[in-house]
Design a protein around this ligand. Structure first.
Ligand code: GTP
Ligand code: MG
Length: 345
């Protein structure tokens, strides 16, 4: 049994050559005791295991956080079987257990930082955009949200010593604003081969909110052969906002959005990757004080994001980014420029 479990983990981490990353693929609870995989679940034979893997589930944590109906649907198995698999995964992955502060610190040590290549932004974020985090970038139209997405996608392909994550990027484009030409410009701005950069950025156009959510499953599936280090959803909220109109639809919308965000955060945790979502603001011209713009998505999004960056235009074409609600950094602002070569100090 123990031998089998060990063998399984080896298969799981095959794509990661960096030994430092092996620990990341494993769940926090794997740090103590023997490692277990999906084949070790009671009642899961080779055929079911194959189905689960086909659907992109190769870790206990990924199974433990599913609902029976969704798992049954995605893995094409019966709901009763799905229910049993989830219950067993929860037990074996020890999701409900508490881990020591030391174990958490250990996991935090795996956090990597992606440089924006703009000193003032990196400083604001304590060194760059952290992995295992969900970052929300919000602001009015034209404030530069998509520009940040493009720039970070390029930077993500850089080697670690240059501030990158040496990884692949998944870009969910809901507004048809992804531009390979812009990636080319920004790659040249960093003396990179544009074709090589473009080959590591995987783009999908999401046609509606349901499609947008399905694309997360597709990333799970495709991530097996790739080293996914960043997932961008630009924009997270536009489809949801357009489709769920009126007060009566609000609860439904927030529920869907919540589910979507959880699945994205799960991708960030499992791959030690960064998730960046953009969000529009709705203007509140009747606001009596403070900034008359607030991000869409309400509490659901506020709670799901680890960091929030509020962008706005400043004088002479400059941009301001404000850090809001960080768990471990002071709120603050920085100024930068959007140039032909990309974001610059
Ligand atoms: P919405 O998606 O409409 O809400 O806006 P956004 O926040 O995503 O804005 P986006 O990132 O698309 O910013 C667009 C702005 O970036 C433009 O108005 C330009 O000011 C700037 N920009 C885009 N491309 C270039 C470029 O090649 N050179 C320069 N100098 N600026 C650019
Ligand atoms: Mg945009």
């Amino acid at each position: 049994m123990a031998g089998k479990a060990k063998k399984k983990v080896k298969i799981e981490v095959e794509k990661n050559q960096d030994p430092q990353e092996e620990a990341v693929v494993m769940m926090p609870q794997d740090e103590e005791g023997p490692e277990v995989g999906i084949e070790d679940l009671p009642g899961v034979g080779p055929a079911t295991a194959e189905k689960l893997r086909e659907a992109g589930f190769d870790e206990l944590l990924a199974l433990a956080v599913m609902s029976p109906a969704d798992l049954a649907d995605q893995a094409e198995i019966g709901e009763a079987v799905a229910s049993k698999i989830i219950a067993a995964s929860k037990k074996m992955a020890n999701i409900g257990g508490f881990v020591s502060g030391g174990a958490l610190l250990e996991r935090r040590r795996e956090v990597q930082k992606l440089s924006s290549k703009v000193q003032s932004i990196d400083d604001l974020l304590g060194g760059g955009f952290e992995t295992q985090a969900l970052v929300e970038v919000y602001g009015a139209f034209g404030s530069g949200k998509t520009q940040i997405g493009h720039q970070l996608a390029v930077n993500c392909t850089l080697p670690l010593e240059s501030g990158g994550l040496d990884g692949d990027v998944f870009y969910i484009d809901t507004e048809d604003t992804f531009r390979p030409e812009r990636i080319t410009q920004m790659a040249r701005g960093l003396d990179l081969d544009p074709d090589q950069v473009l080959s590591r950025i995987h783009v999908a156009r999401a046609y509606n909110s349901a499609h947008q959510m399905l694309l997360v499953d597709e990333i799970k599936r495709m991530s097996k052969g790739l080293d996914v280090k960043m997932i961008i959803v630009d924009s997270l909220t536009s489809h949801f906002r357009a489709e769920f109109i009126g007060r009566g639809m609000l609860a439904n919308r927030q529920q869907k959005l919540n589910k979507h965000l959880k699945e994205l955060k799960q991708l960030a945790d499992i791959n030690n990757a960064l998730v960046l979502v953009t969000n529009q603001v709705h203007s509140k011209p009747d606001a009596m004080w403070g900034d008359p713009t607030k991000p869409i998505g309400g509490h659901v999004l506020a709670h799901a994001s680890t960091f929030r960056l509020y962008l706005r235009k400043a004088k002479a074409g400059r941009r301001i980014a404000r850090l809001v609600d960080s768990p471990n950094l002071p709120d603050g602002e920085c100024v930068y420029n959007v140039t032909q070569e990309g974001l610059r100090d």
